[in-house]
Design a protein around this ligand. Structure first.
Ligand SMILES: [Zn+2]
Length: 316
């Protein structure tokens, strides 16, 4: 059986042709977020290129799976809300099914990343797995016995919006002190921005002040590696908040594994110690001793592989 797995993010659209447990082809492009039409065109052209590749190999594709950043109505395959791209209320599943005449399945990007990690990645062999994607925002996915847990309406596992501090900074979702508002790429960027308004000096703040718009949260990791104390303290704080979030995850789910993926893992070595100290000091001991906290082994393929696994489940 062959399937396509597509991972749509606010900045890039990635796709794979997946056949008998192997990635035969990868395809990557920048997501054009000008309008819902341009985003859909990007998805269609990614699928077309991969289908072309499958034809040239003499392979028939059975189904297409998509992981999309945002809130997804899983049954209808409609993106109901998306903070990073303009697919609001777009019937992605129907559009792709009529374009290619193949079954299509659409899910939240962190849900599919969790599925990939549970079946093929760091969490392989776990019956109860909770996954966090640490990037611009923080996504979550829960996999139980190899299946994604989606809740009553498909909106479950928004673990980035777990409240860590009810008096904390305002989050994208409108609440205060969510994990995403304290430990995501955006949260780290905002912390640097706040410090840039003070009289404090450091190489990281010099870089930020020179060009705030081109500054990326990942640069904080580079400055921490070069010994910038402010960068180190920002990442340690983020690590502590992440530890508080993982403590709640461990206390609620008693998981076998909590897996972590995403662009912020480049800074993780400076967050990890505080994260583990916090979990060790706060989580319920019986669950804490059992739960492994692991970083992804799938790298950038996690999203597309998860979407491919979802597509494969559809094709039976
Ligand atoms: Zn939130």
């Amino acid at each position: 059986m062959a399937v396509l797995g597509i991972d749509l993010g606010g900045t890039k659209t990635a796709g794979i042709l997946y056949h008998q447990g192997e990635i035969l082809e990868r395809c990557r492009s920048t997501t054009d977020i000008t309008s819902s039409e341009t985003v859909i065109e990007g998805i269609l052209s990614t699928c077309s290129r991969l289908l072309e590749s499958s034809r040239s190999r003499g392979i028939t594709v059975d189904s297409i799976g998509l992981g999309i950043a945002g809130f997804i109505d899983f049954e209808r395959g409609v993106v109901t809300e998306a903070p990073n791209h303009p697919l609001h209320e777009t019937p992605v599943k129907d559009i792709l099914q009529s374009a290619f005449g193949l079954p299509v399945i659409v899910d939240n990007d962190a849900n599919v990343a969790a599925l990939a990690e549970a079946r093929l990645g760091a969490g392989r062999g776990s019956r109860y797995l909770v996954h966090l994607t640490l990037g611009t925002g923080i996504g979550g996915g829960i996999v139980i016995d190899g299946e994604v847990y989606r809740g009553a309406q498909g909106a479950a596992a928004e673990l980035g919006h777990m409240i860590i501090d009810e008096n904390g900074p305002i989050c994208n979702c409108g609440a205060r002190g969510c994990l995403e508002a304290l430990a995501s790429g955006v949260a780290i960027y905002k912390r640097v921005e706040e410090l840039s308004w003070t009289k404090k000096r450091s190489p990281m703040l010099d870089e930020f002040r020179a060009n705030p718009l081109s500054f990326r949260a990942e640069a904080v990791g580079r400055h921490a590696a070069e010994g910038d104390e402010l960068a180190l303290s920002i990442l340690r704080d983020a690590g502590k908040h992440l530890g508080v979030g993982i403590t709640s995850i461990i206390n609620i789910f008693n998981p076998d594994a909590v897996t972590l993926s995403g662009g912020l893992l480049g800074c993780f070595s400076f967050m990890e110690e505080e994260m583990r100290l916090t979990v060790d000091g706060m989580a319920i001991p019986i669950s804490r001793r059992h739960a492994k906290i692991l970083t992804s082994t799938l790298g950038e393929d996690g999203g597309t592989l998860g979407a491919a696994l979802l597509a494969a489940s559809l094709a039976g």
